[in-house]
Design a protein around this ligand. Sequence first.
Ligand SMILES: [Mg+2]
Length: 390
Amino acid sequence: MKITEIKTYLMHAGVPDSSGWKARNWLFVKVFTDEGVYGVGEASGWPRVVETAIQDLAQILVGDDPFEIEKIWQKMYLAMMGHGMTGIVGGGAMMGIEMALWDIMGKALNLPVYKLLGGRLRDRVRLYAHAHNAETALDLVERGYGALKTGGVTDPLGKVVEIREAVGPDVDLMVDIHGPPWLTTKDAIAMGQALEAFDLLFYEDPVAPENVEAIARVAHAVNLPIAAGERHANMWGVRELIEREIIDVVQPDTGRAAGLSQMKKMAALAEMHYVTFAPHDGSLGPVAEMAAVHLCATLPNFLILEHREDDVPQRYEVMEPQPTIVDGYMLVPDTPGLGIDIVEEAIAKYPSTGNVSPPNPNEEYVYFRAREKRASWLGARVEETPEDFS
Ligand SMILES: [Mg+2]
C-alpha cells in the first residue's frame, strides 16, 4: 500500500459573538492510498498555519507505505529540523498525518486503533465537563457527569466554593488557571493554597508553561496534584516536568502533541514517575477526541479526558457517527480504524476566518495587570470575562 495524496479540511469552529471562541478553527486531514483505503486525522496547534505545514510535508510522503508509522514520523521530524525546534505547528502537522495513518492501518486490518496501540484496558473512557456556576454544574451532574472543571482568571476560588457547595463532596472538581503570563508565581501559590480545602482532582496550569521553575515552585508550595502540558508539542516538551516529578498529571493535546505514538511515549515516561495522563481536549474537534479515546483505552495511567459538552452546533455535523456517552463516560468504538469519518459537505458550510484571539481593547500588555486584577483573582466576583480556550 502506498500514500497517494494528503488533503486538508479547515473550518471555523467558534461562536461569532464570543471573543475567545471567535477564532477557533478545526483542521481535519485525509490521507489517501493506492488501495482505496483512506485515513482521517485532526491537527490543532494554530490550524490555519498547520494546514500549510501539512501541505508541505505531503510532498515528501507520497509513495510511502502508510504502515511504516515510526519511519514516517522520523522522516517528517528530520524534514522540519531546518526550521528550528519542533513547536506546535510542526507537532500539529505531524499529529494530523500520523493519526490518519493509524486509521488507515486499522481499516486495512479490520481492527480498531486501540488494538494497534496495545489493546484496551477499559471499554469506556471517563470524561469531565466544564462548569462555571452551580446551575451548570448541577445540570451536568444530573446528566451523569461525575467530574467537572472550572477556573479561568476571574474568581476561580469563588466558582469552586459555589460549585462544591452545589454538587457535594462526591463529584471530582478541577481548576484550570490557563497559565496567563501576567500572573505571578506567588499569586498562583496563594490561590493553590486557598484551593487545598476543596479536595481537587488537580490544579491545572497555575502559571504560564514557559518557565518550568515557576511550576516547580507552585508544586512545592501547594498540596494539590498539579496538571500541565497542553501547550507542549512533543515528548521533549513535557520531559522535565515528568522526570523531576513536578507535575502529577500530564495533559498533552491530541491535536498538536506530534502523534498518538508520541503521546504513548509520554504516557510511558509518566508511568515510570507515577504521573497520570489526562489529555487536553477543550478546544479540539471530534476527530482528535475520538483518537484520544482509542489511546486512553490502552493506558494504565489514564486518569480522565476533557470533553466539551454542549459545544458549537457544527461539532455535531462534521463527524459521523457521533460518539456514545453514557453516565459521563465515552464508549470506545469497536469498529475498524478510529471508527469515524468526517462529513466534507458539513465542513464546507463553515469557512475558516481569523485564527488568533481578538485583542482585548483594555489590555495594557503589562505585568502589573496582575496587581490590578488581584482582587478578582483572589476573591470578590467581578464581571465575567470570556473564557479562552481551556
Ligand atoms: Mg487547560
